[in-house]
Design a protein around this ligand. Structure first.
Ligand code: MG
Length: 382
């Protein structure tokens, strides 16, 4: 019996993780946590009987505590609750599927206490990769990527132990606005941006995919996960998302991982690594597919991607600013407070305003995040 904990259990990755748990029948869910959706959490408590359930919102936590008083699940709340779940003995793999930099502290705490991490929260590596990666080594735990691209790269590296990666070819669908100019994206609405051509995902990541910021974050994530320079991570547009990513080795050989777009595959692969469990679902049909088309990314009209490369290359606290500015800007766009193109303009302004701290501590990371939020609020108010 494998035992896992899921942070972000009511989100897209969280619910699909629970589908994988249901389908396999030999995983115990030790703990779950989510922001505020207590109806969904109550249903998960009744189905999976976890020992602990974390709720970010204190009031909602109190309400859930009353509602589930007849169960054996203990409800904890806030960051304290997440940290308690992260540090608790009694499970082996922490699935971090929360959105945003909120994932950093629980991830660090789980590594400290010897858990393997199934990482679906890219902000953690993007902003704190220099703290996470050495700790992973020191504690001898595994960092199992759940993002489809990084899982693909991870799968391509099977049996390649020690062979040098020449280049990572990170594939991207290009999102719903591929081929458009900046002017052509001026009047994009929240509904337009939430319509991804291939993948069903949470709201924030769907907006990030449309701006290509998501791909930018993935470039930085790949840099940390696979120890390659930002310049050696090449983004390749492949609109149908059939190839999930590729690795080029020193002899020029390119390995690729292909499949239908279904996040349950990378989730299940991470939970059972290195075993491949059977999985129901679609299979690639090459006759229907006919061809696979490739394009160069458009760095001019999708400046989220070029800004991410810049943040990754200059490093230090700049990726924190890139990420925090995007988090805040996407929230404001979803609340219909700013137009679509302002998302990347805000990231650019915040990066331009920031003075880079070369090797930021956790406190400095969180301070840079807070300063970025404050800067954006100031700029938007004036
Ligand atoms: Mg991805």
């Amino acid at each position: 019996m494998k035992r896992i904990a899921i942070l972000g259990s009511t989100g897209s990755i969280g619910t699909q993780t629970l589908e994988v748990v249901r389908a396999n029948g030999d995983i115990e869910v030790f703990a779950i946590a989510a922001g505020s959706r207590i109806d969904a959490l109550e249903a998960q408590i009744r189905e999976f009987s976890p020992k602990l359930c974390g709720v970010w919102d204190e009031k909602k936590a109190a309400e859930l505590r009353l509602r589930t008083a007849d169960t054996n699940t203990r409800v904890v709340s806030g960051m304290g609750g997440l940290l308690e779940i992260a540090s608790e003995d009694g499970y082996e793999i922490l699935v971090t599927a929360v959105v945003g930099m909120i994932g950093i502290r629980p991830t660090l705490a789980a590594i400290e206490t010897g858990k393997d991490i199934a990482l679906a929260n890219k902000e953690t590596l993007v902003t704190a990769g220099h703290l996470i990666m050495p700790l992973i080594k020191e504690r001898g735990v595994r960092l199992l990527p759940v993002d489809s691209e990084h899982s693909a790269i991870f799968q391509c590296l099977n049996g390649e132990h020690g062979n040098k990666i020449e280049k990572i070819l990170l594939t991207a669908s290009g999102g719903p606005f591929r081929g458009r100019t900046r002017e052509g994206m001026e009047h994009v609405t929240v509904e337009d941006a939430l319509c991804h051509p291939n993948w069903a995902m949470g709201k924030k990541i769907t907006i990030d995919s449309s701006t290509m910021v998501n791909k930018g974050l993935e470039v930085m994530e790949a840099h940390w996960l696979f120890d390659v320079a930002i310049d050696d991570v090449q983004v390749v547009i492949q609109p149908k998302s059939v190839i999930h990513s590729m690795v080029q080795f020193a002899d020029g050989a390119v390995m690729a991982q292909l499949g239908t777009p279904d996040m349950k595959l990378p989730i299940q692969y991470a939970l059972y690594y290195p075993e491949r469990r059977p999985m129901a679902g679609g299979r690639l049909d090459f006759w229907t597919l006919g061809q696979i088309v490739f394009e160069k990314p458009d760095y001019e009209n999708f400046k989220g991607l070029s800004l991410a490369r810049e943040a990754g290359k200059r490093g230090g606290s700049l990726p924190v600013v890139f990420n925090a500015a995007n988090e805040r800007a996407v929230l404001k766009f979803l609340n219909r407070e700013i137009p679509y193109l302002a998302i990347c303009d805000i990231i650019e302004a915040a990066m331009g305003h920031h003075k880079i701290i070369p090797h930021p501590s956790l406190d400095e990371i969180l301070a840079a995040e807070a300063e970025t939020y404050a800067f954006i609020d100031r700029v938007l108010e004036s």
